[in-house]
Design a protein around this ligand. Structure first.
Ligand SMILES: *[C@@H]1O[C@H](CO)[C@@H](O)[C@H](O)[C@H]1NC(C)=O
Ligand SMILES: *[C@@H]1O[C@H](CO)[C@@H](O)[C@H](O)[C@H]1NC(C)=O
Ligand SMILES: *[C@@H]1O[C@H](CO)[C@@H](O)[C@H](O)[C@H]1NC(C)=O
Length: 441
């Protein structure tokens, strides 16, 4: 059998590129040739994450976006993108359709794996008679909840652990109502495969429900395989500091690369951490071009009062290395799907502080799994320092923490033991799909 040549096309966010890259490596290990298609700025940022052994089997393909005046090339990524330009970036990516089409004509891949966030790609791919497979870089609870909401309006979701508060339901309805023309709808009908970055270990019933609702073959690819943890010299000081703390005593606080706390939330988090008396590493980043001095945004005198008990960083932190560290006993997270999977993989309980989109659903799922506690926002969408403090004490020093840690470590073991099997099954599906399409024999 000839080598299968696959073009992969993630949404321009690190949180999407990273799971695509992970799957790319797994497929390359199984003999596939991968073309990873993205903008230059994104490709440059991941080049270091591709070990030498993939230099032949994972190739980069640069996609040129049109140069809109408000979107210079360093904004052709969501990393650090000011949130108000999010839609412009979506628009620019869609405008690059002719360039994407040209790439396909030149490369003639056997298969395209594209991000469900850019459904227009499937039409371009199908025009050239190339089979397409979509990837959802989130989980099955989320997808089935949304799909049920769209397809069966008014019908309650059959799994009561997963629900959204009223405020979020309203936002979700608005999001879908904005939802645009024909081309942006997902194709239904003929045999469709959707890969999903999850595992039956944690979402079996939701995966089955996805299949039931959508008629697609929904194939879990398992949690990401972690790269070996490297001892980057830049992180040495931080890791040494973490090493001086007791086992399970420190909480890692990070809200992902695209989400930024409001001024009010930031203050509540700061006081919550201060009053809880637990050790912490807090990643407090700002959008590119809107950087601020930490002293100016944190409560007055915060850093002095905290002293050696905590660290506040305004840059990326080595998240896997921190989660893998024995001193780490909990993770305050926005519950972006990658962070959730990473925390489960490393066996660290989560203190869920979801903000938008998929995050509130993800939070409900991990609470159901028994590995998280949620900081619930009030009816006006605010969080409160008192609740943060109490939850932190429960998880870091209380009995609740012991129970959560026991449970999350079991899940971590189970995820690891099924990982190869799930990925093998997914690769086999892709091979079959290409065999069944006319072009590939
Ligand atoms: C940007 O928009 C996409 C889809 O419209 C959404 O999924 C994503 O969460 C948005 N990002 C931010 C930071 O709002
Ligand atoms: C296509 O790519 C070229 C550069 O090769 C760029 O100048 C142009 O703006 C792009 N067009 C669109 C519509 O993205
Ligand atoms: C840290 O948590 C793990 C998992 O619950 C537990 O086995 C270990 O004893 C804890 N360490 C301490 C010092 O409490």
């Amino acid at each position: 059998m000839a080598t299968l040549r696959v073009l992969m096309f993630p949404w321009l966010a690190y949180g999407h590129i990273s799971p695509f890259l992970n799957i790319a490596k797994q497929l390359a290990d199984r003999g596939f040739l991968i073309y990873l298609c993205s903008t230059l700025i994104n490709l440059e940022s991941i080049i270091k994450k591709i070990p030498e052994k993939y230099s032949e089997s994972i190739r980069f393909v640069e996609l040129h976006l049109p140069e809109l005046p408000e979107l210079p090339p360093h904004y052709h990524t969501t990393n650090g993108l000011p949130p108000h330009l999010n839609h412009t970036l979506h628009k620019a990516l869609k405008m690059s359709k002719p360039n994407f089409s040209k790439i396909l004509q030149n490369l003639k891949p056997d298969l395209v794996i594209y991000d469900i966030l850019q459904p227009w790609a499937e039409h371009v791919v199908n025009e050239q008679n190339i089979p397409a497979v979509k990837i959802l870089t989130s989980g099955a609870a989320l997808f089935s909840y949304f799909f049920n909401f769209l397809k069966n309006p008014g019908v309650e979701f059959p799994f009561p652990a997963i629900y959204l508060p009223k405020v979020e339901q309203v936002k979700m309805r608005e999001m879908f109502e904005k939802e645009p023309n024909e081309e942006d709808r997902l194709a239904e009908g003929n045999m469709q495969i959707m890969l999903m970055c999850t595992s039956r270990t944690i979402e079996a019933k939701y995966l089955d429900y996805c299949t039931e609702l959508s008629n697609w073959k929904v194939v879990p690819v398992g949690p990401p395989f972690q790269d070996p943890i490297t001892n980057d010299v830049d992180d040495m000081e931080l890791i040494d500091w973490l090493g001086t703390k007791d086992e399970n005593s420190t909480v890692f606080v990070c809200f992902g690369s695209e989400y930024f706390l409001s001024r009010e939330d930031m203050e509540e988090v700061a006081f919550g951490l201060e009053l809880s008396n637990v050790n912490f590493i807090w990643v407090a980043r700002f959008p590119k071009g809107e950087e601020q001095n930490l002293e100016d945004v944190l409560p007055k005198g915060f850093l002095e009062r905290i002293g050696e008990r905590g660290r506040v960083l305004d840059k990326f932190a080595p998240q896997p290395r921190i989660l893998n560290h024995p001193s780490t006993g909990g993770f305050i997270s926005h519950c972006g799907w990658n962070s959730v999977m990473e925390s489960l993989d490393f066996g660290v309980p989560i203190i869920a502080m979801p903000m938008h989109n998929d995050q509130p659903i993800n939070a409900k799922l991990i609470v159901e799994l028994g590995v998280a506690m949620e900081i619930v926002r009030d009816d006006d969408g605010n969080i409160h320092r008192g609740e943060i403090t109490e939850t932190l004490k429960d998880v870091i020093t209380g009995e609740t923490g012991e129970i959560l840690r026991g449970k999350v470590r079991d899940i971590s073991k189970n995820l690891k033991s099924i990982r190869e099997e799930e990925m093998n099954a997914a690769a086999e599906e892709l091979i079959q799909l290409c065999r069944n399409s006319n072009k590939y024999k």
